[in-house]
Design a protein around this ligand. Structure first.
Ligand code: SAJ
Length: 422
């Protein structure tokens, strides 16, 4: 019976997972390389903004069932929740953090230890990367060492609910590994738990996010076509989705976050000659910022002041990782435009962030890149003020999220991505 767990990596998945186990009957050591994170966790002040997480971490720490440390202990179970970033030059996975985590637990393994990889990884990572390292301990996977892959699928902003409610896929190097991991997660997961092999579990996670990226690429391609043929793609998608088996996604300025734009590459690196649609979809989605730059050029010419509204990767979050706005900003600067940026949720960004009034001062065009509620709810009075501060009253709504009549009444020329209707 497993009673003690080492969670390696206290990020946006590791910390909630460690805290969940610590409040459901397990003694947990949360291991991280960052001393500041360790101190914050031990003081009950998580470094991650996530609804309900502070309460959960404080309960886990106060119960003394969660201690953060910079090194593992000789516990029963080890759960690896470290980053697996994309090497953007080669578009391949960087598994160095997984290797480092695996090496760090070798001295703490004993006969019967269970190791679970949660980090999203290319298919084959458990069998070809993790096992060879863990077996340096002298233990043999499937004999006296149990190993499984249990990917997460939680939506940032709803992590604690989805950690409990979502179905989980567990892939073991053998059936006993999967079953031992299943018993562990059943301590707090109310969703169904499905068992498979490790490589299938790795591929399943990647397929989920690749499905989303490919469907977003379809929506973006339909948006461009709709502009050309003079219809509103948003209305067309809404109507097409009335079909019981159609789920066309929403167009946008590109795909951000540290999952959807990255996970498809993990499949492509494994089968580069067979991943044509997957790679093309990535190019279509990443190409939306060039499409927008051409739209801006058609509106204000080859120079001027462009205001970017929103740098988070999606609405109402403060995370700007892999944000399309980052790529658009770089492209516009390269093309010679003067850019000004405003995002009410994000406070650190590669480019200067300004308050709204400063960001629109003297601007020739606002590009709404993120459907923050703050942008949707700008009052008519403030729309008038924004118009008065701008040099030219142009606005491009890439998320179809604004009240277009309000902006048009204030004298704005409004363009909506994908809306070619006059
Ligand atoms: N986006 C569109 N059009 C859409 C949907 C999303 O342009 O129709 C864009 C968003 O603006 C954003 C990006 O795609 O820039 C990603 O958005 P997302 O809604 O997919 O959010 P994530 O990345 O936070 O969460 C996804 C989820 N995966 C799926 O829905 C299949 C989540 O369940 C995963 O756990 C998460 O990736 C992850 O960590 O893998």
């Amino acid at each position: 019976m497993d009673k003690t767990i080492c969670v390696i990596g206290l990020g946006y998945i590791g910390l909630p997972t460690a805290s969940m186990f610590a409040t459901h009957g397990y003694k947990v050591i949360g291991v991280d390389v960052n001393d500041s994170i360790i101190n914050k966790v031990n003081n009950g002040h998580p470094h991650i903004e996530e609804p309900g997480l502070k309460t959960l971490v404080q309960a886990a720490v106060l119960s003394k069932n969660l201690i953060a440390s910079n090194e593992p202990y000789d516990f029963d179970v080890f759960i690896i929740c470290v980053p697996t970033p994309l090497d953007t030059t080669s578009c391949t996975s960087n598994l160095n953090y997984v290797r480092a985590a695996a090496n760090s637990i070798i001295p703490h393994l004993k006969a019967g230890s269970l190791v679970i990889l949660e980090s999203t990884s290319p298919p084959g990572t458990v069998n070809k990367v993790l096992l060879p390292i863990l077996e340096k301990s002298g233990l043999k996977a499937g004999i006296d060492l149990y190993v499984a892959h249990c990917p997460e699928r939680v939506l940032p902003g709803r992590i604690l609910e989805e950690l409990v409610e979502n179905d989980r896929i567990i892939g073991g190097v053998n059936e006993e590994s999967a079953k031992r991991a299943e018993k562990l997660y059943k301590s707090f997961v109310s969703g169904n738990i499905y068992l498979t092999d490790a490589t299938t579990a790795e591929m399943c996670k990647l397929m989920e996010n690749t499905y989303r990226d490919v469907n977003i690429a379809l929506a973006n391609e339909l948006a461009k076509i709709s502009e050309n043929i003079g219809i509103n793609v948003w209305d067309a998608i809404d109507l097409a989705n009335k079909h019981p088996r159609v789920n066309i996604h929403q167009p946008g300025p590109g795909v951000g976050g540290h999952c959807i734009p990255i996970d498809p590459w993990f499949i492509a690196e494994t089968a580069p000659d067979d991943a044509d649609l997957i790679k093309l979809s990535r190019r279509i989605n990443d190409g939306m910022v060039e499409y927008l730059a051409n739209k801006i050029k058609a509106i204000i010419g080859t120079s001027g002041v462009v205001t970017i509204f929103g740098v988070a990767y999606k609405g109402n979050v403060d995370d700007a990782r892999e944000s399309p706005s980052l790529r658009l900003a770089g492209l516009l600067v390269e093309l010679g435009y003067h850019i000004k940026i405003h995002d009410p949720h994000v406070h650190e960004f590669k480019y200067e962030l300004q308050e709204l009034s400063d960001a629109v001062q003297g601007s020739d065009c606002i590009v709404v890149m993120v459907d923050h509620d703050d942008f949707k709810n700008i009052s008519n009075g403030n729309i008038q003020k924004i118009g008065a501060w701008m040099r030219n009253k142009n606005i491009i709504d890439t998320r179809n999220c604004l009240d277009h009549n309000s902006w048009m009444s204030a004298g704005f020329d409004i363009k909506v991505l994908g809306n070619g209707a006059k």
